[in-house]
Design a protein around this ligand. Sequence first.
Ligand SMILES: C[S@@+](CC[C@H](N)C(=O)[O-])C[C@H]1O[C@@H](n2cnc3c(N)ncnc32)[C@H](O)[C@@H]1O
Length: 246
Amino acid sequence: MSLQLNYVQSYAAMVRAYLAAYPEDEAVARSVGGNLEHFGVLEHSLLRQYGLKDNGRVVDVGCGAGRLAAQLRRFPEMRYLGLDVVPELLDYCRRKMARPDFRLELSQGNRIPLADGEADFVIFFSVFTHLLHEESYVYLEQAHRVLAPGGRVIFSFFEFAVESQWSVFEGNADWVRKRSYLGHINVFMHAEDLRLWAKRLGFTVVAMERGDRPSIEVTPDTAAGKVPAGQYPLGQSYCVLEKPAG
Ligand SMILES: C[S@@+](CC[C@H](N)C(=O)[O-])C[C@H]1O[C@@H](n2cnc3c(N)ncnc32)[C@H](O)[C@@H]1O
C-alpha cells in the first residue's frame, strides 16, 4: 500500500475510537454505517430474493454489529456463521443475538472455517468496500470452496458508474487533500472486472445490480419494525454469483 496512505486506519482502530467516544449501541451502529434495522431488512430480503430458505446455511463474512443476523435469528432452523476481524463487534453480536447455536468467530487469514460444500450462502455486505482486491479475491476462492453446488455468494461494492456513490470517493479524496482526517479505506470495483473474476473463480454471474436501482423487494414476510414492504435500493451495488451444480 502506498506510504502516502497514512490517513487510513484499520477497522478495529476505528471501532475502538467510537467505543471510547460513544455509548456502546451508538458506537457499534456508527462502526457499520448506522441504520441497523433498515439495512438488516434489505440484506435479509435480498437473500430471500435469491433463494434463502428458513433452514439455510449462511456464512456472513464481516458480520459487524449483526444487521443480518438480527433478521435471521427468528428462524429456529437457520444455521449461521458470522466472521469479523473486530473482537468487540463479535462480542456485541453474541450478546444481542442470544442464539448460542449461531457461530460468531474471528476471521483469520481470509479463511472461512468450514469444510467443503457446507454452506448455501456466503455473504459480504459492505466488506469488499474495505479490502484490497487481492483480499476480496481470496475470500471469494474460499466462498467457492465452502459452498454446496448451486450455492450462492452475494457481495456489495462501490462503483464509479453510480453517481450517488461518488460522495464516498470524494470524501476519501478530501482526506488526501486536507490530511486532516483518519478514516478507513473505501475501495471501488468495476462490474465488468467482477465478471472476469467470476469466470476465473468458476462462478456463474446470476445478477449484477446498480445500488441506485430499487431492486430489492421487501415482502410482508421480510418487513420488520420501521421498514415496511416495498421496493428499495441497497445504496451499494451488488453482485450475486452461483457455484454451478455438478
Ligand atoms: C461496513 S461494516 C458491514 C457490516 C455488516 N456486513 C453489515 O452489513 O452490517 C464492514 C465490516 O467488515 C469487517 N471487516 C473489515 N475487514 C475485514 C476482513 N478482512 N475480514 C472480515 N471482516 C472484515 C469490519 O470489522 C466491519 O464489521
